[in-house]
Design a protein around this ligand. Structure first.
Ligand SMILES: *Cc1c(COP(=O)(O)O)cnc(C)c1O
Length: 412
């Protein structure tokens, strides 16, 4: 099955009982059963079925099955947000005293989260670039995970995951990849050795900017050493499903960060057009990036440009494509603001992966809580603008940016 066919048919075939072509929205909190015996079985994982939507719901299950199959995983757990997915993916295996190694070019919310985890005794080590040589010196007996964004948002640095996965596996440590900005259209991180993949499905999977959600996908490949990951001991009997079983029966259900059925439905509608949208978005992003290269007052960063230091990696693991985000530097904060304010078609909003083009000044918004050093490491400068490209006609977008730059130029 090729990609666009898989979006519609892999691990999905509508609803057999009614013939509904999409799994309907099961907008209920609880599911009744014919006898107390039956509910006992469902509650204790002895019979298939649903009991309570915080634990599972058919609309959510349908979405989980589709995205797990799409990412070549053995299963998925959907969450109320991308941040919940990042948090749960880690807390499922971490305890006080543990350490993680992460890339510095992370999404601002994730950096803030790692700050919060400090008070629970979890130590985060940042490296400028996740490579075997940068992480190896930081590994010790307490290191329990390496975490990176495949394409950093908004630094747009790319992790060469295969050599990193090989190194961390030699130390019995799992590699957790946030693949939100890469999407399954560009790459399946599991094929390159990632053990756990997380997405903020609020972004490209949903695709229409209409629901917040996240997902955790397990490759089933990591061999959990339960003398190091003690919490998994109890779930050993689930074999390769032990990580997912612990998540579902443990912290994820107890924290209660379940995905709402209606949002799962919106994601299932959205995912079907992921291929079409990404094809258009990558095309538009490259064309706009090439336009910026011709403008002397603008510096552009986009991985599929030959001028990008990540061009070779984009060829190697992203099929030569660069994704749907680009960043530009406008010269100063004032000029960046002026440019944003003069755009007609681009919406000034903190999101990515919408159908419409979105722009934001990250330094004064998403990274407002970060230190100057954290901002630099995340590739966020005072004059940076992040552009999340939309599906508009590229000629209109180029014309719009062109007039906005001209107005900003005339202002100074
Ligand atoms: C947006 C984003 C998140 C957080 O997701 P939410 O759905 O907003 O909670 C995490 N990682 C990356 C790379 C993101 O872009």
């Amino acid at each position: 099955m090729k990609f666009n066919t898989a979006l519609l048919h892999k691990n999905f075939s509508g609803e057999q009982a009614s013939g509904a072509t999409l799994t309907p929205v099961y907008q209920v909190s609880a599911f009744s059963h014919s006898s107390a015996q039956q509910l006992e079985k469902v509650f204790n994982n002895k019979a298939p079925g649903y009991a309570y939507t915080r634990i599972s719901n058919p609309t959510v299950t349908s979405f989980e099955n589709r995205i797990a199959a799409l990412e070549n995983g053995i299963g998925a757990v959907a969450c109320s947000s991308g941040m919940a997915a990042v948090t749960m993916a880690l807390l499922n295996i971490l305890e006080s005293g543990d350490e993680i190694i992460v890339s510095a070019g992370l999404f601002g919310g994730t950096i803030d989260l790692f700050g919060d985890l400090k008070s629970f005794g979890i130590v985060t080590h940042y490296v400028e670039q996740v490579t075997p040589s940068t992480i190896e010196p930081l590994i010790n007996k307490n290191t329990k995970a390496v975490f990176a964004e495949l394409i950093g948002n908004p630094k747009l640095d790319i992790v060469d995951i295969q050599p990193v996965a090989e190194l961390v596996h030699s130390y019995n440590i799992p590699l957790i990849i946030d693949s939100t900005t890469a999407t399954p259209y560009l790459v399946h991180p599991i094929d390159f050795g990632a053990d756990i993949v997380v997405h903020s499905t609020s972004k490209y999977v949903n695709g229409g900017g209409n629901a917040i959600s996240g997902v955790i996908i397990d490759s089933g490949n990591f061999k959990w050493d339960t003398s190091r990951y003690k919490g998994l001991e109890e779930y050993k009997k689930f074999g390769k499903f032990s990580y997912l079983a612990k998540l579902r029966n443990g912290i994820w259900r107890n924290v209660g960060c379940c995905l709402a059925p209606f949002n799962a439905f919106l994601n299932s509608v959205g995912i079907e057009t992921l291929g079409l949208r990404m094809e258009r978005l990558c095309y538009n992003a490259l064309k706009l990036a090439e336009f910026f290269e011709t403008v002397p007052s603008i510096q552009v960063n986009y991985p599929a440009l030959k001028s990008s230091p990540y061009y070779p990696l984009a060829q190697k693991i992203l099929q030569g494509k660069g994704g749907a985000i680009l960043t530009i530097r406008a010269g100063s904060k004032e000029r960046a603001f002026e440019l944003i304010n003069n755009l007609k078609y681009s919406t000034n909003a903190t999101n990515i992966g919408d159908t419409r083009t979105l722009v934001i000044h990250p330094s004064s918004t998403i990274y407002a809580h970060s230190t100057p050093q954290q901002k630099l490491s995340a590739g966020v400068y005072e004059d940076s603008i992040r552009i999340s490209i939309g599906i508009e006609d590229i000629a209109d977008l180029i014309e719009d940016f062109s007039q906005a730059i001209e107005k900003a130029d005339n202002k100074k």
